[in-house]
Design a binder for this molecule. Sequence first.
Ligand SMILES: Nc1ncnc2c1ncn2[C@@H]1O[C@H](COP(=O)(O)OP(=O)(O)OP(=O)(O)O)[C@@H](O)[C@H]1O
Ligand SMILES: [Mg+2]
Length: 460
Amino acid sequence: MPEIKVLTEDVVSKIAAGEVIERPASVLKELIENSLDAGASRIEIEIKKAGHGLIRVHDDGRGMDREDLRLALGRHATSKLNTFEDIYSLATFGFRGEALYSIFAVSRLKIISFRAGADSGYAIEGEGGRVIAELPAPPVKGTTIEAADLFFNTPARAKFMKSDASERAQLIKTVEEAALANLGVSFRLVIDGSEILSLPTLPGGLWENLKNRAAFIFGKSTYGGMARVEGKTTGMAVYGFSSRPDALCATRVNQHFFVNRRPVSSALLRQALYRGYGHMLTGKHPACAIFVELDPGSFDANIHPQKRDVKFSGENEIFKTLSNTIYEELLSKQTAGVNMTAPAGEVKFGSPDLPAYREAASPSPAPVSAEAPGLFDAPVAAAALSPAPADWRSRELKYLGQLAKSYLLFECEAGLLVVDQHAAQERVLFEKYLEEFSKGAIKVQPLLVPLETELSRSQM
Ligand SMILES: Nc1ncnc2c1ncn2[C@@H]1O[C@H](COP(=O)(O)OP(=O)(O)OP(=O)(O)O)[C@@H](O)[C@H]1O
Ligand SMILES: [Mg+2]
């Protein structure tokens, strides 16, 4: 008897679904992208129990007739691809023809759809990949898809879900990203009966609309610290918003990258963003909504079943364009306005009470890559970075001014001394608290007035 068996269709569908549908937010992403591909101008979403109870997406797109509705549930059934080569000239989010099939395999699914010109609408429902009922429905424009009881038949997968709060945050982020990238479409999101997002379409151009959505999604304080970025090279355009160097965030949660409006997780784009900031990051992170527009033939979205990974044919060019755009738009503009007229004065720098700092301050500064598009790309870089003498702390220093709201410049015997003001302040505080700690007396004082912190919807 052979050891090898061909798996049953039921097992195959669950395995396939496992790749595409990792969590409730994967279902929502696929359904929203289907609505966008169907030309919807309005997408309404209702979620119950962090997506495990219900994910319902209603759109006013072109809909499906009876025959297409039946076909849509099958594996590798798509209206978006004819030949394999079409993948490299795609104008749609979907192309694999397996999202509905996968969702159907692990939920109780109901689809109601109407295509203009058909006699009536049509509904189909079933569970675990098995159709239970097909019936006519009212001729209401568009499509409504309800996926209920997600993972009801794959309890092992259900066990891997994160907390409801985390799944909910991911669902909100999915809608936020779709809304940032599709400004001509209105979005409404209701979770457990409460309206979380309502983003209508507004008159005005791209920037006006992007600004409105970004301000709503990032929140007033984060958005208030962002600046517009825009750059272009042959075959590539970059635009969006990114934090000013003086308004960076503590975490990376507010970073969104898009390639041809497709939300992506790309290490290349993130690294290019960080390289653009160079030494200005000081351990913090920019918030951003960065849109990269490329020829569809110059990247491949067929890397992972969830279509969030992309492979670029010209990685170096993309890296350079994005990092240079960030650098030029944010940093050079900021340094151009540097106030160098601060009153110069003689100061004694350094304190004998800071032994740890003295040790940490190596006489040979770490080499800075000549390629880094940092603040010191200009020819003065070599002089500024030449090793300071070991005893520079005891020398007389002449304060010259502040650069880019972050660096203090001093003239010293060896040339120019640059002090990272924020890092220096952190060091001073660190020493202070270390001393208090070693004496066993960290001072704690409750706030008289509560401190307000703004969180985005997905962080709540
Ligand atoms: N909301 C919708 N409105 C109109 N047609 C839809 C809608 N959702 C799905 N369809 C149709 O059903 C087909 C199958 O959808 P499905 O999401 O499974 O595959 P896809 O979008 O083609 O590719 P992918 O698996 O990459 O998402 C689509 O190609 C489309 O023709
Ligand atoms: Mg799809």
